[in-house]
Design a protein around this ligand. Structure first.
Ligand code: UDX
Length: 438
């Protein structure tokens, strides 16, 4: 494998993981970010994202002289090792007005680097961007001698390094086959299945995969509701389904709805793209609507558990919340279904004390205003009429549930992740509600 001179623009979780992992594969990587203080911290090997293995890889890359950090995109493409041969764009593409992806960061970088790129260099779009953006980026760059390639990432937060180094597949899309092959070759040591295609198809793979995953979860959440009505058990049902190799066991756990920084954004963007192509993607619309409804359904469950009635009032009722992040193993609360459910409980008048292992006590940002974020599960349980588990932190299983039952004013648990064994809870004195169980 040839070691390439690579520049990575943007050091968020995708960019930093990409840079550190490519350096670990032997490439010479310069990462650029507009945040000078962050660059300074990264130079000292300080990583402020909770991502297992990432800080170690960054440290190793710096020590081996294969990983550098500079301020700004321009400095990154003209790195200390010489002009970049491959430039990865890993800048944020947040959801803008009406669910349309906001491409201003991609545009700004394209403008900044267009005249600085070495002839024959390849620009790689790694951010999730609407279908057609790779071609559009090529127009923005206005360089006939620079190919633009789509190479979507499939990294899950909390296992991004593991996912990068053990990918299910590498997808590379470009109208120029040789440029696509050069990008694919960067990953050759990983031995992964590789799909070489045109840029629009590569961009579509990312949306198609994330929308399918969202659909799988909305389907499971609906099944769980039906199981409750029919007296079936969702755990047994999904296990039985999952042995079918065409379905698989993963991504079949019911919950308070799916969230995070990708699935909500990507499903909305796909819907927008469908609308603009005059295509009514009903299945996707139903997937999103089902997810919105799921959050309300969790509130209804709490209402019935606490008041004994579908119409009872939660006003002034004290409820303990366990888990705020959008899933376990991350400190990310962006678009967290747990916070969305907590916010709906607040709207219904409940008083909330919440504990999450990765959310600092007293936090008020990101939708937490009005929720008392405390430093332990016992503090969240104190005087509560019910405890609601909203994020599936494994350590919640190890809590002293008898002590929690004593701390509450009424020992009720609503487990929206089916995390705990109901028998354990019952032995600790709790009345237990969960999803899709008999
Ligand atoms: C996702 C995709 O998995 C990844 O391939 C893509 O690159 C980015 O988006 P991520 O956002 O890190 O990754 O989260 P993921 O682990 O996929 O979970 C998404 C949401 O679904 C979370 O809210 C999670 O709690 C929920 N979920 C997941 C379930 O409710 N049940 C499951 O069985 C799995």
């Amino acid at each position: 494998m040839f070691a390439r001179r690579i520049s990575v623009i943007g050091t968020g979780y995708v960019g930093l993981t990409t840079g550190a992992c490519l350096a670990s594969l032997g490439h010479l990587v310069t990462c650029g970010d507009i945040d000078a203080e962050k660059v300074e911290r990264l130079r000292r090997g300080e990583v402020d994202i909770l991502e297992p293995g990432l800080a170690e890889l960054v440290g190793e890359g710096i020590a081996a002289g294969r990983l550098n950090f500079v301020v700004g995109a321009a400095n990154a493409v003209q790195g200390p090792d010489g002009d970049a041969e491959v430039v990865f764009l890993c800048v944020p593409t947040p959801m803008g007005v009406g669910g349309v992806a906001d491409l201003s960061a991609v545009r700004a970088v394209a403008r900044e680097i267009s005249s600085l790129l070495a002839p024959g260099c390849v620009v790689v779009n790694k951010s999730t961007v609407p279908v057609g953006t790779t071609r559009h980026t090529s127009e923005l760059l206005g360089r006939d001698d620079v190919a633009v390639v789509s190479n979507p990432e499939f990294l899950r937060e909390g296992s991004a390094v593991q996912d990068f180094l053990n990918p299910d597949r590498i997808v590379v899309g470009c109208e120029q086959q040789d440029a696509a092959e050069r990008v694919a070759a960067l990953y050759s040591r990983l031995g992964a299945s590789t799909v070489l295609t045109d840029s629009a198809s590569a961009e579509m793979v990312k949306y198609a995969a994330n929308c399918f995953l969202a659909m799988k979860l909305s389907y499971v959440n609906s099944l769980a509701e039906l199981c409750e009505r029919l007296g079936a058990d969702i755990g047994d049902v999904t296990e039985g389904m999952g042995y079918d190799r065409r379905i698989g066991q993963s991504f079949l756990s019911p919950g308070p709805g799916w969230g995070g920084s990708c699935l909500p954004k990507d499903t909305e963007a796909m819907l927008q793209v469908s609308d603009s192509a005059d295509f009514e993607f009903r299945l996707l619309r139903a997937t999103i609507d089902t997810n919105t409804r799921q959050r309300q359904r969790m509130v209804d469950k709490v209402r019935v558990a606490v008041t004994g009635s579908r119409t009872g009032s939660l006003s002034g009722r004290r409820i303990g919340v366990l888990g705020l992040t959008f899933k376990a193993g991350t400190d990310d609360i962006r678009d967290s279904p747990s916070i969305a459910v907590a916010a709906l409980l607040r709207q219904a008048g409940a008083e909330l004390a919440a504990y999450d292992p990765s959310v600092p006590t007293g936090s008020t940002h990101g939708g937490l205003a009005g929720i008392d974020v405390v430093d332990s599960a016992v503090a969240a349980a104190k005087g509560a009429e019910a405890l609601v588990i909203l994020t599936e932190w494994p350590e919640f299983r190890l809590l002293d549930w008898s002590a929690l039952a004593e701390a509450t004013s009424r020992a009720i648990v609503i487990d929206t992740r089916n995390l705990l064994d109901p028998d354990v809870l019952r032995r600790a004195g709790f009345t237990c509600y969960s999803l899709g169980r008999r």
